[in-house]
Design a protein around this ligand. Structure first.
Ligand SMILES: Nc1nc2c(c(=O)[nH]1)N[C@H]1C(S)=C(S)[C@@H](COP(=O)(O)OP(=O)(O)OC[C@H]3O[C@@H](n4cnc5c(=O)[nH]c(N)nc54)[C@H](O)[C@@H]3O)O[C@H]1N2
Ligand SMILES: Nc1nc2c(c(=O)[nH]1)N[C@H]1C(S)=C(S)[C@@H](COP(=O)(O)OP(=O)(O)OC[C@H]3O[C@@H](n4cnc5c(=O)[nH]c(N)nc54)[C@H](O)[C@@H]3O)O[C@H]1N2
Ligand code: SF4
Ligand SMILES: [Mo]
Length: 692
């Protein structure tokens, strides 16, 4: 990995001023300024003064009448207000009893990629040390885990974008696979100024801007990547010099891709062979180029191999680790990058260390002041964890921080059933999410502008969010709650600090020497405006905006081609379920919608779930534009408003997943898991459409 220490100066932005903060939502972490409760945009490298509609309206949630300001405890079937002490005592007593009677693994923890680094770190420590449970995982498993697994395999390290965002603006060609930033990160579009190729089954607002739009059948990306790689090699664009010097494994990968000539790929994907060749030529002919993946190509039961196939293409073109070019994944959640590094993942310790590595265990245990053998091993992945709740060998109590799983988990009807079998469900949130509404105890916590903490954005850049306004009476931070519970579970007070800067200093130590090394990042450097992309191994180190310039992170310094072959979606279509449903996002809503459905301007613009479908497909089953239809899969059904769109494929329908109750797209989705990342197949399942 390349660490730029050759006398390079630390790059600085203007030091943040009063009220300067970052958006509470996605991984672009646009710069904004909060004056009172009004949002203004602020120039920052990711947004250059732009904000999307969610960002502009973000402050509304700080004062929503739906804000939780008192703990709630379920009494006689109803959530009733309680004092913090009563609620914390009750939960701690129940957790201790569960641990004593049923063992430490009877308590599980579910975290989120929106949590600050400090929260994610302390949550992982709380699970392993205060509860002693292996059963912790988080919603990032549903997000970028396939890209992370593929990046690890190819490069030996996973930093979503191993280059700063500015590089994209200078890139001559960008291939965007399964990402729709025109809706999911609008200010990001400013950085796409070269030739744009988009691969998406739908003609999205992003695809509208593309020079070339390839429209594969959902779930066939792996075949498409093999076809384009085939065209690169067959048409003489393969960069053998780069491959010989910097990579390993091309021959095994090519033996498979050799059998996927573009005409064969056309039959599987529906993408014309000529378009595959054109994409290959556009990328190969560009002076500098980037390949970027989003959830569309990642959220599949073969997601890791699909991303592996896109990375193969990038390697064949000589892009990764070459100045001005590269491969990256567009991380989604506000702290989707940092949230996957510091220990809320089932198999992980801080600093992106493996929980199975004896040296990592010994080191982190020494920072935590506990014996290494007291640390549990790896736990279940997110869906497997939720699916195991209340079973004979599964957890009987669950603590949720920063996720709304009854809306966002696949096969959500089943997950709601599992939650109902628990002895204890505890949710910390600032609004009564659909998951919180099912809880036995709900804790009202502070939100972004009311608390300090760091976030690591999609470029691996560490950012400081400072407290901008006071929290309402009655509300405490997640860190306070973890400390209060830990003390009651017998932990020494100093082991669970609640001051974010103190937690961060411990995180720095715990991450020292790990792949995601934050030891040289300090709050003071961030306050001074230092731009710090990890790794930052010393307080003098300028950070690492560009990785892999000299070598990749595998011991031999080489990137690995992946020998991957095409497998189709886990659930084939048949006469009963003849259509492919895919799911994703609209501009106005964020994720499960728990937050954005409370913002009037956003809710008015997109009030309910819809199904986007080709008019001929709709007509064939007798449903009309703007009418209602049932979308039915093997797992459940959703009633949705029909949006006819002649640019849709005839075999595909699309639903956003932001809506609750009977409108959940996740009542339909298939929880088939990727074997490496354990990512569920959110992006394709078999359905039928019928009049309702
Ligand atoms: N407005 C808004 N913005 C967000 C979020 C949000 O909820 N709302 N969430 C944030 C988060 S956490 C994330 S992860 C990102 C996600 O950002 P994106 O990845 O851009 O979002 P998605 O809409 O999930 O999926 C992108 C596209 O994948 C396409 N797709 C579906 N199936 C396939 C397929 O088989 N192959 C290919 N190539 N494409 C396919 C869909 O048509 C969709 O247009 O957005 C972040 N930003
Ligand atoms: N069908 C389908 N399903 C999907 C996807 C898809 O594309 N299709 N995408 C998946 C992806 S990429 C993602 S990231 C997940 C996301 O889905 P979820 O994990 O449900 O994410 P959010 O809706 O952001 O839920 C976050 C909750 O935590 C609260 N919260 C926010 N910040 C904090 C905090 O600091 N502390 C605490 N205690 N609470 C907080 C919010 O109010 C909200 O209720 O959904 C996944 N589900
Ligand atoms: S693009 Fe993302 S970070 Fe920027 S304003 Fe919109 S939601 Fe916020
Ligand atoms: Mo995500």
């Amino acid at each position: 990995m390349s660490v730029q220490t050759q006398g390079e100066l630390v790059t600085r932005l203007a030091a943040p001023g009063r009220g300067d903060t970052h958006c509470p939502y996605c991984a672009l972490q646009c710069g904004m300024r909060l004056t009172g409760t009004t949002v203004e945009s602020r120039d920052f490298p990711t947004n250059r003064g732009g904000l999307c509609q969610k960002g502009w309206t973000a402050a509304e949630l700080l004062r929503t009448p739906a804000r939780l300001t008192t703990p709630l405890v379920r009494v006689d079937g109803e959530l009733r207000p309680a004092s913090w002490d009563t609620a914390v005592d009750l939960v701690a007593a129940k957790l201790a009893r569960s641990r004593d009677v049923h063992g430490a693994d009877s308590v599980a923890v579910f975290g989120g990629g929106g949590l600050t680094n400090e929260k994610a770190y302390l949550l992982g420590k709380f699970a392993r040390v205060a509860l002693g449970t292996a059963q912790i995982d988080y919603n990032g498993r549903f997000c970028m885990s396939s890209a992370a697994a593929a990046g690890m395999r190819a490069f030996g390290l996973d930093r979503g974008m191993p280059f700063p965002i500015d590089d994209l603006a200078r890139s001559a060609a960008v291939l965007l696979v399964g990402a729709n930033p025109a809706e999911t990160m609008p200010p990001f579009l400013q950085h796409l100024t070269g030739t744009l190729i988009v691969i998406d089954p739908r003609r999205t607002a992003t695809a509208e801007r593309a020079h070339l739009h390839l429209r594969p059948r959902p779930g066939t990306d792996l075949a498409l990547a093999l076809g384009i790689l085939h065209a690169v090699v067959a048409d003489g664009h393969y960069r053998g010099d780069y491959a010989a010097e910097r990579t390993a494994g091309f021959d095994a990968a090519w033996r498979i891709a050799a059998a996927w000539w573009p005409e064969r790929v056309e039959r599987v994907t529906g993408v014309a062979a000529s378009d595959q060749r054109r994409a290959a030529a556009l990328l190969a002919g560009a002076r500098t180029a980037h390949i970027l993946t989003g959830r569309g190509t990642e959220q599949h039961s073969n997601g890791t191999d699909s991303v592996g196939a896109w990375i193969n293409l990038a390697l064949a073109l000589g892009l990764p680790g070459t100045p001005g070019s590269g491969y990256g994944c567009l991380t989604g959640q506000g702290n989707g990058q940092g949230g996957r590094e510091h220990g809320q993942k089932a198999d992980q310790l801080p600093g992106y260390r493996k929980i199975t590595d004896p040296d990592a265990r010994a080191y982190v245990a020494s920072v935590w002041g506990v014996p290494p053998e007291s640390l549990p091993g790896p736990g279940r992945s997110a869906y497997e964890l939720l699916d195991s709740l209340g079973r004979d060998d599964g957890p009987r109590a669950l603590l949720v921080f920063g996720s709304n799983v009854v809306v966002s988990a696949p096969n959500a009807g089943h997950i709601a059933d599992r939650l109902s079998t628990l002895d204890l469900l505890v949710v910390a949130d600032f609004v009564l999410s659909e998951t919180a509404a099912l809880a036995d105890v709900v804790f009202p916590v502070t939100q972004w502008a009311e608390e300090g903490g760091t976030m690591t954005n999609l470029e691996g850049r560490v950012l400081l969010r400072s407290t901008a306004i006071a929290a309402p009476e009655g509300v405490r931070s997640d860190l306070d709650l973890l400390r209060d519970l830990a003390i009651r579970l017998g932990q020494p007070e100093q082991r669970f600090p609640a001051d974010p800067e103190v937690v961060f200093d411990e995180l720095r130590r715990a991450s020292r020497g790990g792949p995601a090394d934050y030891s040289g990042v300090t709050y003071q450097r961030l306050r001074d405006g230092d731009q710090l992309h990890w790794p930052v191994p010393t307080t003098e180190h300028p950070g690492t905006p560009r990785m892999f310039l000299d070598s990749f992170a595998h011991p031999d310094g080489r990137a690995r081609f992946a020998a991957v072959d095409y497998t189709g979606p886990a659930e084939p279509v048949d006469d009963e379920y003849p259509l492919l449903a895919t799911t994703g996002r609209v501009l106005q809503h964020y994720q499960s919608g728990a937050q954005t459905r409370l913002v009037a301007e956003l809710a008015d613009a997109e009030p309910e779930v819809f199904v986007q479908v080709h008019p001929d497909t709709a007509a064939r089953v007798g449903v009309g534009d703007r009418g209602r239809a049932r979308v039915v899969s093997r797992r459940g059904e959703t009633e949705a408003v029909v949006r006819c769109d002649p640019t849709m494929r005839l075999d595909t329908v699309f639903l956003p997943f932001h809506f609750p109750g009977a409108q959940r797209a996740n009542l339909l989705t298939n929880p088939a898991l990727d074997p490496y990342s354990r990512m569920p197949e959110f992006k394709v399942c078999a359905v039928r459409l019928e009049p309702s």
